[in-house]
Write a protein that binds this ligand. Structure first.
Ligand code: ATP
Ligand code: MG
Ligand code: FE
Length: 336
């Protein structure tokens, strides 16, 4: 079965052609990051317009790269939630038009479910159930993936997403947008014990997380030093910050894995590329005996292949969108 997949939830327009869920025939991405970098963050209106410009050509490019024709497409999968509403609507309307024109079903896909599915592409042996740490620019949650389309949130951030914090601290440091990867590079060789940051525990919700205090503490530290003309040890600041983020994520993920007892942990989303978080999870899984599944860096951030993969499993489960399919800025992963 061949699926054309469309992703436009944030600042990447992506199209992919995926065969039988896990075989990626084509995966093309047009990133708008340079465009938004001058503003230090995604400007929703610009994102929507850029998606409109890119999407048709990108879909054609994906078909060409895959060596298939429009007649070979069996279904169109599309990210319909969560994300920037105007950006999502571009993908959803393109997918509706394509599905209608081709006379094939349309399969709506939850973006975070897509991030989780990136692991199925990378690891042919991986099957549910497993626990997945989903950590990206707009979402941070620990998910019990009971089956391909049956999942439950075990814990989530009460405020900012982890990726958002990396981006905001990087913006104050002026090291680029999106800031996660530059922060990661800056942290190499830094002393992660040099600066200390608050660590929050949510009363009565031990799996929930909070990052806004951590973000504000880092930003205040930088601003105060700038005002006083003091020199900060930036690699150590970045290393300490990454350590604090990891300390919020990793022990909770291990607790969740222990409670579920599957022996399998996966990681998903753009922040899954972070070297400190990856290393800490590797060490924790070595100690616990859980098998760890990390997506390659190329599949951590937004892409169309992951939507095509999850779209396949959604299709098998009977998920269909009609011509009245809408986009949603927020949507519970449990509902799909
Ligand atoms: P969401 O998936 O929640 O809707 P998004 O699609 O914008 O948000 P992704 O594309 O999955 O997010 O991930 C982008 C985020 O990942 C950005 O915040 C970026 O800074 C962060 N990121 C990328 N590489 C790294 C890294 N090495 N370390 C930390 N963060 C990183
Ligand atoms: Mg992005
Ligand atoms: Fe994403």
């Amino acid at each position: 079965m061949i699926i054309l997949a469309i992703e436009s939830s944030c600042d990447e327009t992506a199209a992919a052609v995926v065969k039988d869920g896990r075989t990626v025939l084509a995966d093309v991405i047009a990133s708008q990051a340079d465009m938004h970098a001058i503003y230090g963050g995604v400007v929703p209106e610009i994102a929507s317009r850029k998606h409109i410009e890119a999407i048709s050509g990108l879909a054609d490019q994906a078909l060409e790269q895959a060596g298939v024709t429009r007649a070979d497409i069996d279904a169109v999968a599309v990210t319909y939630a969560p994300g920037l509403i105007g950006a999502l609507l571009v993908g959803v309307n393109f997918a509706k038009a394509a599905a209608y024109g081709l006379g094939v079903p349309i399969v709506p896909v939850h973006h975070v479910r897509g991030h989780i599915a990136a692991n199925y592409i990378a690891h042919p042996d991986l099957e549910p159930p497993f626990v997945c740490l989903c950590v990206s620019g707009g979402n941070t949650m620990i998910v019990d993936v009971r089956d391909y389309t049956d999942m439950e949130v075990l814990g989530a951030t009460r405020d900012d997403a982890a990726g958002e914090c990396f981006d905001k601290v990087a913006r104050v440091l002026g090291i680029g947008y999106p800031g996660g990867a530059p922060m990661d590079r800056l942290a190499q060789g830094g002393n992660d014990k040099k600066y200390s940051f608050p660590s929050v525990h949510v009363h009565d919700a031990p799996m929930d997380m909070s990052f806004s205090g951590l973000k504000t503490a880092a930003i205040n530290l930088i601003h105060n030093a700038q005002q006083k003309g003091e020199e900060l040890d930036l690699p150590s600041l970045a290393a300490s910050f990454a350590g604090a983020v990891s300390e919020m994520l990793v022990p909770r993920t291990m607790e969740a894995a222990k409670a579920c007892g599957y022996g399998k942990i996966a990681v998903a989303g753009g922040v899954a590329a972070n070297s400190r978080i990856r290393a800490d999870l590797e060490a924790a899984c070595k100690a616990s005996g859980d098998k760890l599944y990390l997506p390659p860096l190329s599949l951590c951030g937004d892409n169309g292949a992951m939507i095509g993969c999850q779209g396949y499993y959604e299709y098998l489960a009977g998920t269909r969108g009609g011509m009245d399919l809408n986009a949603y800025a927020t949507r519970d992963i449990k509902k799909g």
